[in-house]
Design a binder for this molecule. Sequence first.
Ligand code: ACO
Length: 437
Amino acid sequence: MQSAGRRERHEGIPLGESVTITDNRTGKSIEVPIVNGGVDSSEWAKLLPGVWFYDPSFGNTASTSSAITYLDGEEGVLRYRGYPIEQLAEKSTYLEVAYLLIHGELPTPVQYEEWKHQITTHTYIHEHVRKRFLEGFHYDAHPMGMLTSSIAALSTFYPEAKDIEDPANRMRQIIRLIAKLPTLAAGAHRYSVGMPFVYPDNNIDFQTNFLSMMFRVAEPTFECDPRLSRALDILFILHADHEQNCSTTAARVVGSSQADPYSAMAAACAALYGPLHGGANEAVLRMLTEIGSYDNIDAFIESVKAGKGRLMGFGHRVYKSYDPRAKIIKQAAYDVFEVTGKNPLLDIALKLEETALNDPYFIERKLYPNVDFYSGLIYQAMGFPVEMFTVLFAIPRVSGWLSHWQEMLEQKSRIARPRQLYTGVDERDYVAINARQ
Ligand code: ACO
């Protein structure tokens, strides 16, 4: 036990690499080391049992340590497993990046071939998933609702997934999820437009296979301009992970209860659906369409500044400079438009960006375009309906969610269970219904 006024010191803490906290009620102090940029809350709790850190929305809370993705929001830096996102987008493929996220290292040629083979041979879904689940939805069901529900439904097809302690079993489910998401996504789209389901083609690469399942009609073999399939691959790379964002946190929180991975991924997918997160790409396109012309931009910006809605695709909890992914996407948009012709909304987006970046409201708040600002323009030019945009985000993000889910299990984490600061009424006696005013 510490005596009042005495400071408990941790051996070996370099000078300046710690913080000291004093409980003014007792005069006791404790010195807590700063490790990897954070302080261990269990150390604080020793001094302040029953006094909780109030941090709604976790703006100042590191919920875990993680070795997957590095993000510096002030400098606009993003790295997966140490590799800069710019290099991965230029030189890698989505499937290679998925391997990197899951395994921690880039694959050797042999490992890469095996990984691609594994993913390719798990792309089929059980016929009941298609016929009973996907085709059981209402004709105008949103594909994100269909995707979220069908990912959850997969848990009933693979009950062995509950055995989360076995690494080999875990890897089987990881491969299934990465492989099956495009099939579920395209199936949801085909149903919504009344087109027959297209089965996966194991002879074509991951993203071209997805395009085939989306758009193939009667042609014997699906062909698409390689520039489009490469652009989609780049978008998949950019969306694959983003450390402890809302959906990844949902995956980790649900996974911490030792739920099976399909249930945890469905929870993450549901979190992604919201317009403040992955749903923003859909909201951006609707916003640009609503603005409609250059002449309306100033009025729109003024309405945002007056608090009537947000400039969708702008702002980020962590980035306080240009989102590095948005820069790469902006360039990819021009490559796609060379093939498809320019999306007429591009000029409105460019002007909107320029106006916002020169406006004190956005400058003072450090609001810059995020990953969602330009991605929808590419998706639309490639022929994807607006409702599919967030689904396109979910397809690659599942590899990020799964890498965090696996990391969490390997860290032997405890169940996620935050505290609250209770602000409700004090104890009171039950009043019989007839006696209530
Ligand atoms: N348009 C206008 N004002 C904004 C915007 C925006 N897009 N984003 C933030 N602000 C303002 C807020 O009103 C607030 O102003 P105030 O200080 O006068 O109250 C200030 O900037 C800080 O905003 P917060 O809401 O505190 O920022 P937070 O970190 O909680 O939110 C978020 C981040 C949700 C991304 C927000 O910027 C936003 O709503 N952006 C639009 C939606 C969007 O593009 N989401 C995609 C994010 S990327 C992703 O998830 C894939």
